[in-house]
Design a protein around this ligand. Structure first.
Ligand SMILES: [Zn+2]
Ligand SMILES: [Zn+2]
Length: 297
């Protein structure tokens, strides 16, 4: 991650940038295994199920909060009950939402999809900076235009990220479910664009109102040190506040932690806090990084 330590003003896309100052460290992202995989029903606390049967005792994971729940317990709160097969079908289509809160949050997130919000005007090139929220799961959109650019930006910034048989960065950007093993569905890309170019981008996951994750964030190499990075983070924070999200977490390289705390107001979690956070929330975490947070409550 790169950051304009001088807080320099935004100069515009395509202008000559100062790529000579400051150390350029190729950053590495290696996925860490999730801490817990609780399979007890969120509603009744019971983990009993009939494995292999599609019936009312089946446990299904909510496609928003990812909490497990029995079909029967989910139906308790509904006037119009759903049969297990219908619930399973919704889950496969990433539309199974366990409660009203999850439905509301999904609606809020999807509301912004494909909209271009003009957030600043660049005088030198007479062009707007746009905020966009994109989902790789949305196939009928501009996604095809922006996603390859976002993948390139991340691959350039996290050049040492190599996984032997997979392409983690592309899978996350495209929100793919990789063989049921690594399920990146529900990840969104937040991006700043200038004309048709992505200048800065982040992978954002908002599971519940309790906590959102900034999984990756980077700025296009030739656009660094122009203030786009801070503008992107500020725009993300603004939108999270509007969605009533209380906390943002981000896995950060230890050497970048001072910048995140001094310039962006994040605080680092202690080892103990990180452990309990990862137990409570199945966050995406990378090896050898520290976890930082910022509260909006
Ligand atoms: Zn239950
Ligand atoms: Zn839910």
């Amino acid at each position: 991650m790169w950051f304009s330590s001088q807080g320099s003003p935004i100069l515009g896309f395509g202008k000559k940038s100062s790529t000579t100052s400051g150390p350029i460290v190729p950053l590495k992202r290696t996925l860490q295994e999730r801490v817990v995989e609780t399979e007890s029903c969120y509603f009744c606390g019971d983990g009993r199920t009939t494995i292999g049967n599609i019936d009312r005792d089946m446990i299904v994971f909510c496609n928003q909060c990812e909490r497990p729940c029995h079909v029967k317990c989910y139906n308790n709160g509904l006037e119009k009950k759903k049969v297990a097969l219908k619930v399973l079908k919704e889950y496969m289509q990433f539309r199974f939402l366990c409660c009203e809160k999850c439905q509301l949050l999904r609606a809020r997130l999807d509301e912004g999809l494909e909209k271009c919000e003009e957030i600043a005007f660049l005088r030198p090139i007479r062009s707007n900076i746009c905020w966009r929220i994109l989902s790789g799961m949305n196939t009928i959109s501009d996604v095809h235009h922006y996603m390859p650019q976002i993948i390139d930006i991340f691959k350039d910034a996290f050049a040492e990220t190599t996984a032997e048989h997979s392409d983690v960065i592309a899978d996350m950007v495209n929100a793919k479910d990789v063989d049921g093993e690594k399920d990146f569905r529900g990840m969104y890309c937040a991006a700043l664009t200038v004309s048709a170019h992505v200048v800065s981008a982040a992978i954002l996951k908002v599971r519940t109102e309790e906590v959102a994750e900034l999984v990756l964030v980077a700025t296009r190499r030739e656009c660094r040190k122009k203030g786009y990075f801070v503008l992107l983070i500020k725009s993300i924070e603004e939108h999270l506040r509007a969605w009533n999200v209380n906390l943002l977490t981000a896995p950060i390289d230890p050497e970048m932690a001072p910048i995140w705390s001094q310039k962006l107001g994040f605080t680092a979690l202690s080892a103990e806090e990180k452990k309990s956070m990862l137990e409570a929330h199945p966050l995406v975490m990378f090896e050898n990084l520290i976890l930082m947070k910022k509260s909006f409550a």
